[in-house]
Design a protein around this ligand. Structure first.
Ligand code: MN
Length: 428
């Protein structure tokens, strides 16, 4: 199946601002509420949202095997379950409908009125109903930094790390779309000076700059997915902010790992950019030494060159860039994560979400969390307004962005934002 939608020379009859994350070569998938309060699956070109439910009802997908209601749903799970061949047919067809040389919809004002929306007329929703969410720990730099800060700089990387894509099962109920405000969590923290544990609003609230991939229903219970098959079961990626309360995390994580320090909220960007759209940006990952076990061995370019950034915007202030990293720094690729996740027979379902873990690069500016950027509060990070941050304050908005760029095309993810509200007052 050719990826004709990726052809960089295609131009669209829709207006696309310069440097848009969403040229006609992107064609991401999302779910939105329209001005008539109808929920639909859609895509986006430039700053125009496109109602795929309406396109389908008006016959624009004729010839592709799709159920009548496939886009008239509040999640992409069923569409994702249709598999890669269908995703490619639909993406290629959308590319053709909006090609500047195709007059069918371009010159039909009545249809355009039913199908096209301005971004201010829609409200983005979660794109998938996330059944299961797993978070990995796939950046060697991040794992080394956290090991140094939480345990022992001499033995920062635990002996298993270079052999296993480390992960834990997170919580899907608190995954929210970009723009959803987040309450600072209350919780326990480690005892000080021989007294009992602390309790109250987290003082060390942090972001984690991550990406997450969304899978299709890949395997039956008991049947692993081989590393070579893994990529065809990945639908696409979103930006992912795995909000973390470091004080709660540090006290609770032994012996079973992250719990309430992580599961109060995770924010995702609302448009899923397909793995197909990212194809031109494949790159080799870091050299893996020691060589992984045979079921984790891969060949070819399995990482993706995606520039990532995190910004902090104080209440009524402007954004300050605090981190610039890249998805290519991941030590364990998505294919390795998927092969590892299923090697014991664990079954994946359509709409499952896999976080990469914080993506820190080799330089201090590329560290993907305030824990690392401020070295646990020892090195305050300066903002444009003259204030500093060691962790995130009430009223701060964290804005993440991600994009790929070559000489011909830019494919981006838009924004992943969340504002921190003061903790709720609790009475006991
Ligand atoms: Mn994480």
């Amino acid at each position: 199946m050719p990826l004709s939608a990726n052809n960089p020379s295609i131009k669209t009859w829709l207006n696309v601002p310069e440097n848009s994350d969403f040229p006609i070569q992107n064609i991401p998938f999302g779910v939105f509420l329209t001005r008539d309060d109808i929920i639909t699956i859609g895509t986006r070109i430039g700053d125009t949202a496109i109602d795929l439910g309406a396109l389908h009802q008006l016959g624009y997908f004729d010839g592709i095997e799709l159920t009548d209601d496939i886009f008239l749903q509040d999640s992409l799970n069923d569409f994702i379950a249709d598999g890669r061949k269908t995703w490619r047919l639909v993406r290629n067809r959308i590319s053709s409908i909006f090609n500047q040389d195709n007059a069918t919809l371009r010159d039909n004002a009545e249809h355009r009125d039913k199908i096209l929306f301005g971004l201010d007329e829609i409200e983005m929703q979660l794109p998938v109903d996330v059944g299961d969410y797993t978070d990995f720990y796939a950046s060697k730099e991040h794992a080394t930094n956290v090991g140094s800060l939480f345990r022992d700089p001499e033995n920062a990387l635990l002996p298993n790390w270079l052999h296993i894509p480390i992960g834990y099962h997170g919580r899907s109920s608190s995954i929210v779309p970009s723009g959803t405000p987040i309450y600072r969590p209350n919780g326990q923290s480690a005892p000080k000076d021989g007294s009992g544990p602390g309790f109250g609003p987290s003082k060390l609230l942090d972001f984690e700059l991550e990406m997450a991939f969304i899978t299709t229903a890949a395997n039956d219970l008991g049947k692993p997915i081989s590393i070579n098959e893994a990529p065809e079961h990945i639908f696409g990626l979103v930006l992912f902010n795995d909000w973390s309360a470091r004080d709660i995390q540090a006290w609770e994580y032994v012996p079973l790992g992250p719990f309430l320090g992580k599961n109060f909220a995770s924010t995702i960007s609302p448009w899923i950019v397909t793995l197909d759209a990212l194809e031109p940006f494949r790159v080799e990952g870091p050299v893996q030494d020691p060589e992984p076990l045979p079921y984790l061995r891969q060949t070819g370019a399995q990482n993706y060159d995606i520039t990532l950034e995190a910004n902090i915007m104080p209440e009524n202030g402007s954004e300050s860039l605090v981190c610039r990293s890249n998805f290519k720094y991941m030590y364990w690729s998505m294919a390795q994560q998927l092969a590892h996740h299923t090697i014991n027979g664990c079954n994946l379902r359509s709409g499952d979400m896999m976080g990469s873990g914080t993506i820190s690069g080799p330089t201090p500016e590329s560290y993907g969390s305030m824990l690392e950027l401020s070295w646990r509060g020892q090195k305050p990070v300066a903002l444009n307004d003259g204030t500093t941050r060691t962790f995130i304050q009430d009223g701060d908005t964290v804005v993440m962005r991600g994009y790929c760029q070559n000489k011909q095309v830019r494919i981006g993810f838009g924004e992943c934002t969340g504002k921190i509200l003061p903790a709720r007052n609790l009475e006991f």
